[in-house]
Design a protein around this ligand. Structure first.
Ligand code: ATP
Length: 225
């Protein structure tokens, strides 16, 4: 039985183009199976950078990462990305319709597209009435955020890395997204690390807190908020 979905040690990241600015140095953390982590900290401290590294969309300068007990170098990157999905605050829509966008992840990862699950997820995030044939590039920022989330959830990942994914949403849609993700966590054991600058949201969604400040990652209970 593997207790941690993901763990990392000694992770360091420097931005070389900006006079070797160190973003963080030798940080470590673990995500136990099914964990609900809220990720907080002042702006510009490297939260997005860390999640992008953990989701293999950016590279650390040094350090080790293990997924399901296996080190990164033993993973095919595509298989890693299927288990650990990073969802951006400013998602990029692929060319074509909403349905094209939803189907693309299945095509890339050679998994079967499940239209009933796609419909359930779209309706759960308040987009049930939106025709899937609508051109994705014409969607609003908040609609794109939710389609991008659905696109990732269709992979049924073990871990979600959520980067302020409700920043463009009204309260009704925001609560719907929180409910969907906490339901999936409860029903399927999908863990998450969710960046949020909203203290009320952090208290609703988090069980454990990561805080990144001055290049150091600290972990604690929700009472640290
Ligand atoms: N590709 C890049 N090139 C240059 N600088 C970068 C790059 N990516 C991030 N940075 C810098 O790294 C630092 C950390 O950025 P990051 O977006 O990870 O912080 P954050 O904690 O997520 O911030 P916020 O809460 O405002 O989203 C910032 O100073 C940012 O300008």
């Amino acid at each position: 039985m593997i207790d941690n979905i993901l763990s990392f040690t000694n992770l360091s990241k420097t931005i070389s183009s900006v006079s070797n600015q160190i973003i963080f140095s030798k940080i470590a953390g673990t995500v136990p199976a099914g964990e609900k982590i809220v990720f907080v900290g002042p702006s510009g401290q490297g939260k997005s950078t860390l999640l992008r590294i953990l989701g293999l969309l950016d590279e650390a300068d040094s350090g080790e990462m293990l997924l399901l007990g296996k080190p990164l170098h033993e993973w095919n990157p595509q298989a890693w990305r299927m288990n650990v999905c990073y969802v951006s605050q400013t998602p990029v829509m692929l060319e074509g319709s909403i349905e094209d966008n939803l189907r693309t992840v299945s095509r890339l990862h050679h998994t079967e597209y499940d239209p009933a699950y796609a419909a359930h997820l779209m309706s759960s995030v308040g987009l049930g009435d939106m025709g899937l044939s609508k051109e994705a590039s014409t969607l609003s920022g908040g609609e794109k955020q939710r389609v991008a989330l659905v696109r990732s959830l269709l992979l049924r990942p073990k871990l979600l890395l959520l980067d302020e994914i409700t920043s463009s949403l009204d309260d009704v849609s925001k609560y719907a997204v929180e409910r969907l993700i906490t339901d999936i966590n409860r029903q399927e054991g999908t863990g998450y690390a969710w960046i949020s600058h909203d203290r009320d949201q952090a208290a609703r969604i988090g069980e454990r807190v990561w805080s990144l400040s001055n290049g150091t990652l600290s972990e604690g209970g929700i009472s640290c908020l």
